[in-house]
Structures are given as structure tokens and as C-alpha cells.
Design a protein around this ligand. Structure first.
Ligand SMILES: NC(=O)c1ccc[n+]([C@@H]2O[C@H](COP(=O)([O-])OP(=O)(O)OC[C@H]3O[C@@H](n4cnc5c(N)ncnc54)[C@H](OP(=O)(O)O)[C@@H]3O)[C@@H](O)[C@H]2O)c1
Length: 236
């Protein structure tokens, strides 16, 4: 049975991945930072679903999750770095991350920690399970200069920049993972209706299904590159 790890699986796009992967017959390790009783993952039970904690900003938590997962499998088909935060989103638009005069170093660093540094720390820990695996780093259209020029969206100091950096780290990871026959892709999921984006156009189920279809077609020549959920090269 093929196995997958999903970070930030408690809700939103991450939970969409969990449902789609279970539907495709995967054994799924759905990881979460904290799980409230009313969150979708808390309410889902399936014989091939394992729920476990992983705060992606905490090296001990990543290592503990790795130990638990590696006790059950010696290889992953998919590692999905989905966990992300956006203090700059329209719903939040906190001056501490969006407005000169109010910017707070700790809040900007938090976005880089979760969105950029955490995916490579997770990959680093999971390398022993990644032979022949595909790693999906969930990026964003906000990482595109072209998109943001067209959109006229500014004041996005933490989130957009953290996803630009994730794209570059994806490129570097591809080089390091190649000897393991592992591939890594940065995927822009498009606009998804979640807590982060309450005006999102697609459901988490639709977006995650599209991403899984796209990633199934990607090959080693594509590793390190950025794609939309439908498989087009993402605008940079
Ligand atoms: N929605 C969109 O339109 C859109 C567009 C482009 C990209 N994205 C990206 O898609 C991904 C999923 O976002 P979403 O829209 O599904 O947002 P969401 O509903 O807010 O879900 C974010 C998930 O990340 C988890 N998370 C946050 N910090 C974490 C940490 N330190 N450790 C582990 N998990 C953590 C959250 O868990 P908690 O419950 O513990 O907070 C939650 O499960 C993100 O990477 C986001 O940047 C979304």
C-alpha cells in the first residue's frame, strides 16, 4: 500500500488531501499541530488513517512524528508540506505584518518559520523514508511577481515573500534529493475556500484532487520547479 504524510491536516486543504488520498487507497499519516473536537480530521475515522501531532516549527515534534511513522513504514510515496499561516490575508491583515510603522519582527519571522523553514526541516528529518518519493511543497500565487502586479495586491510582507523563498528552496531541495530518486515540486493550489481564504473559489476537495492528479504526472525532469494545480508552469 502506498503511504503519504500530510502536514497541517486538521482542516482546509490539508484535510482535502487526507480525504482524497484515503479514497485513492493510500495509507495516510495525517499530522496536526492541535486538533479541536469540531475540526474535520477529529471527526474522520478510517482503517488506513493515522492521526498524529507534528508542530512543523518544533524539531522535537517533527522527530517524534518521524519515529512514529518510520515504525510503521520504511518508505513514503508522498510527503505533502501543506501547513501554512498567513497573517497578511485579507481577513486578518494585521498591521503588524502589513503596514510600515507597525511591523513586528516576531510575526514576520513566524510566517517564514512555518511557510519556508519548516518544509525543509521536515524533509531533512524524513529523508530516510524518501527514496523514490514525491515531495509537494504547497506554495501560492502570491509568490508570483506577475500575479501580484496584475492583482494590485501589496502589503503582503510576510506571506508572499515566505512563499517566494519556499519556491527557491524547492529548487535547491530537488538537487539534494535527486540521489535518493526523490522529486520535489512547489505547487500553487489556486484560490481555495478555507479559514485562510474565506473567498476561495475552489473547495479543498477540488483543489487537492487537482494537485494529486498533476503531481502523479510530473517526472524527475520537473523536480525543483513550480506548477499550478492544473500542471501549468507557475508564473514567477
Ligand atoms: N486557501 C488558499 O486560497 C491558499 C492559496 C494559496 C496557498 N495556500 C496554502 O495552502 C496551505 C493550506 O492552507 P489552507 O488554506 O488550508 O489554510 P488553513 O485552513 O488555515 O489551514 C492551515 C493548516 O496549517 C496548520 N498549521 C499552521 N501552523 C502549523 C504548525 N506550526 N505546525 C503544524 N501545522 C500548522 C493549521 O493547523 P492549526 O489548526 O494548528 O492552526 C491548519 O491545519 C498553506 O500552505 C497555504 O499557504 C492556500
Amino acid at each position: 500500500m502506498k503511504t503519504a504524510v500530510v502536514t497541517g491536516a486538521s482542516r482546509g486543504l490539508g484535510f482535502g488531501f487526507v480525504q482524497n488520498l484515503l479514497g485513492q487507497g493510500y495509507e495516510v499519516f495525517a499530522t496536526y499541530r492541535a486538533l479541536k473536537d469540531d475540526e474535520p480530521l477529529a471527526q474522520l475515522n478510517h482503517p488506513h488513517l493515522h492521526k498524529l501531532t507534528m508542530d512543523v516549527t518544533d524539531s522535537t515534534s517533527i522527530q517524534t512524528a518521524y519515529q512514529a511513522i518510520s515504525a510503521k513504514t520504511d518508505s513514503l510515496a508522498l510527503l505533502i508540506n501543506n501547513a501554512g499561516i498567513n497573517h497578511d490575508s485579507p481577513g486578518m491583515h494585521k498591521p503588524s505584518t502589513t503596514q510600515l510603522g507597525h511591523l513586528q519582527r516576531t510575526e514576520l519571522l513566524e510566517m517564514f518559520d512555518v511557510n519556508t523553514i519548516a518544509p525543509i526541516m521536515v524533509v531533512q528529518t524524513f529523508v530516510p523514508l524518501l527514496a523514490n518519493a514525491k515531495v509537494i511543497n504547497i506554495s501560492s500565487y502570491r509568490a508570483s511577481f506577475t500575479h501580484r502586479d496584475e492583482d494590485g495586491n501589496y502589503n503582503n510582507y510576510g506571506y508572499a515573500a515566505s512563499k517566494v523563498a519556499l519556491n527557491m528552496m524547492t529548487r535547491d531541495l530537488a538537487h539534494e534529493l535527486a540521489p535518493h530518486n526523490a522529486m520535489v515540486f512547489a505547487i500553487d493550489p489556486g484560490s481555495v475556500h478555507t479559514a485562510m481564504n474565506q473567498r476561495g473559489a475552489q473547495s479543498p476537495d477540488e483543489a487537492s484532487e487537482a494537485i494529486l492528479k498533476t503531481v502523479a504526472k510530473l517526472k524527475s525532469v520537473d523536480s525543483g520547479k513550480c506548477f499550478t494545480n492544473s500542471g501549468k508552469r507557475a508564473l514567477l
